[in-house]
Design a protein. Sequence first.
Length: 393
Amino acid sequence: MSAEQYGARLLEDVQEECLEQVRLESPSFVTTAQSPITRVDLVGEGEGYEDVTSGRNDYNRRPPPHRGLSSSTATTVEITSGKSCRGKTTLLYYLSALTALPKTHGGRGSVVVYIDSDGAFSSTRLHRVMRHCLSPSTLHAREDTSVRPLDSDDESLESLAREALNHVLVFRPQSSSHLLSILDSLPTVLLDRTKHSSIHRTLGLLVVDSATSFYWQDRLDRDMARLIQSKSPGSTLDVVPETRETFSRTTRIIQRLKSLQERFECAVIFSTNSSSSSSSSKASATAQVQSNLQPPPPPNENNNTPSRSPWTNYARLTLHLEKTLVPQFAPHMSMDECLRDAEKRFEAVKDSKITATVTTNKRHHHLDRGGEEQRRRQDLGFAFKVNDGGIEF
């Protein structure tokens, strides 16, 4: 046998695999500082992505210890409000835009996974928010010294915004079971270079809008399972597993999010509808009647602590959004007086601000104190205004 034939036989036993596939199939996946998936925090500066083909890696250097995403550094934010149209989705668009835009233009240069449970995601609206973030006036207001001077050419800004949109992966689940399936398959999708063009970027943000979309659907399934169980005592063994599965769907979704957060070291932000009204807002009788016509928000599912939902327990920060109330027309005003002041009222409604009250969940800091009750600290919030282009703080 010649050397050429022997070499050909050896090459037949060689199996080619990409690095992402090897890490995906590894049973003990460990994220280190040399991993292509590194931490990108919304607040702190991320470590970024190091190209393994650059030749700058020091292979003789001892790898640093694994710095996992501990509970003290995890970025998990809940955005909630008692009513709709309070700016939750717009705020999520703003955070997604900052995450997807390049670092040289005020962004984070990361991948955004947007789970659109409500089915109301608008790429056009997100594009407008990105263009607003790229405007020189917005960057100057943010006072970001790390951003290089921008070219005011509209074509350049349009190209940057469209390029950033390519790194926003949108999923639209139709049920809680579908959402669980998406979360289970998400690592495979992210690490497959044939599925998307963002393989060179880190996962910076995972958005769920909203986390309570399938509450009433799950409740109907749970009630139907109970009804079948009560009418068919002989089929109890067949129905109980389905009932337990329906009960634990929220817990299972949260567990999947925690697993993804630990694996990819990303931030998780989700929106919910709160059933409790804010103590600072006092709606009028007419506003209360109008709110009764809307579908009620899902109540809290935690029976032990009625004022806390599992999603609130999962979040480290909760943003309670409330819109500044605009006084309505007085009952004694005539139609002519209302029409005369209608323009002023429209301007007041247009310029109304949304206040976000930040509540910090101190649960993780008190777990080692004999199971002390969860504490929450009221912090100072912030205000912003939603306009045609995006958000102004």
